[in-house]
Design a protein around this ligand. Structure first.
Ligand code: AMP
Length: 114
């Protein structure tokens, strides 16, 4: 797997504004926020994208998804709601090959997405 900017953030080789960390995940604020709250959540057990979850253990995926929900709670987003986005591959406009959940909140979202 290629070494990505998110690997470097996890290893604390480059700075990031950390929002939350536990045994399973690291969450940090997006450098180019698309909403008043825009936080990325990565699992410490690396996968290149959500497509790779088809080969991952249900336990690891479950722990990751529970942590994503905890991060949203930690960010104070539960009452108003929020959006969670995974971009996958070229058409999904994924730019970093380390799976990451975008948590977007703090404003009304629209549908369909662009
Ligand atoms: P994606 O297009 O789904 O792969 O999302 C990658 C996200 O990473 C984008 O929203 C970028 O703004 C964000 N990003 C890129 N570099 C950094 C960084 N050093 N720190 C925080 N967010 C970053």
């Amino acid at each position: 797997m290629e070494d990505t900017i998110f690997d470097k953030i996890l290893r604390r080789e480059i700075p990031a504004k950390i929002a939350y960390e536990d045994d399973h995940v690291l969450a940090f604020h997006d450098l180019h926020p698309q909403a008043p709250v825009h936080v990325l959540v990565i699992p410490k057990k690396k996968q290149p994208g959500i497509q790779a979850f088809s080969g991952a253990s249900s336990e690891d995926i479950g722990a990751y998804m529970v942590a994503v929900a905890k991060v949203a709670t930690h960010l104070g987003l539960d009452a108003a709601g929020y959006r969670v986005v995974f971009n996958q591959g070229k058409y999904g406009q994924q730019t970093v090959a380390y799976v990451h959940a975008h948590i977007l909140g703090g404003r009304q979202m629209e549908w369909p997405p662009g």
